[in-house]
Design a binder for this molecule. Sequence first.
Ligand code: HMG
Ligand code: MG
Length: 302
Amino acid sequence: MKLPKKVTIKEVGPRDGLQNEPQQVGTENKAAWINRLSESGLSYIEVTSFVHPKWIPQLADAADVLSSIKRKPGITYAALVPNRQGLKRALESNVDEVSVFMSASEAHNKNNINKTIAETLPVLQEVVSEAKAAGKTVRGYLSTVIACPYEGAVPPEQVKKVAAQLFNMGIDELSLGETIGVAVPTEVERLLEVLLPEFAADRLAMHFHDTRGTALANISKSLEMGITTFDSALGGLGGCPYAKGASGNAATEDLLYMLDAMGIETGVRMEGLIEAGELMESILGKPLNSRQMDIYRRVEKE
Ligand code: HMG
Ligand code: MG
């Protein structure tokens, strides 16, 4: 198995994780958690999103979160932005990187951002152009790259078509979202076989939800195929409220365990993640759903 020497982990817990938590966490708690994550060696944290507060009330305090955190040099603090209105708010908060997002399937796109794919493209183009003019890097997210909660299987050719439209807008990197966590490694392989001849591996990231426990297997397949950037959320938090049945992301600490043991460098420290995990458990008042946190709790009790 040919493996990369280095991998970048992009922590999406404060955004993807908290957007799906039923309880309000509070700005101070969010900032304390992000500050703790900043001490773990992560180089990228997606901290919030500037979407409509009625659609995602959990992240209505996006600007306050960005002004409350202590920014550590060398870390990119990013946020999701759906349109120009969101971009204006994000730029006022001096976010480091802007992430635009849409889906490869019509039905999820419509349910998530209230537009068809064709209607979304010019909206995102404006965001990308304006963000670039403001000196920001831009990440794109493409959701439902394997399956859609409303339409079922999504053909890799459809993913390729929309991915090309996003790259043509000028995005720097594209994160491929397996939104509902149904994929298995053979499907990931088929998707990447279609995408990799078209797009450079170092401009793609994989974003796996772990609903059915296949996220690490899918990451392993992606690593084997040359992908070196992965999104994950501390404690396996996460999910899209507009994708029924979707649950948490791959847990950052479980991903780190695997990469460390495979001898792949990330710069992230397990103890730092566990400390951030303990803080979040005390904030949420419940155990986080990851193997490493589970092992840590059991060892602590002994
Ligand atoms: P809309 O209702 O169609 O928006 O929502 P609109 O343009 O028609 O405007 C309606 C009202 O919203 C107006 O206010 C606007 O000003 C306001 P009114 O005039 O009625 O008072 N508005 C805004 N307010 C604040 N911030 C904004 C904003 N935009 C409009 N940015 C919209 C369209 C996209 C805004 C809405 O559908 C939305 O916010 N959707 C977000 C859904 C979301 O956040 N989903 C989760 C993130 S995606 C995800 O989790 C997947 C991912 O993790 C990858 C994966 O796993 O696959 C990334
Ligand atoms: Mg997600």
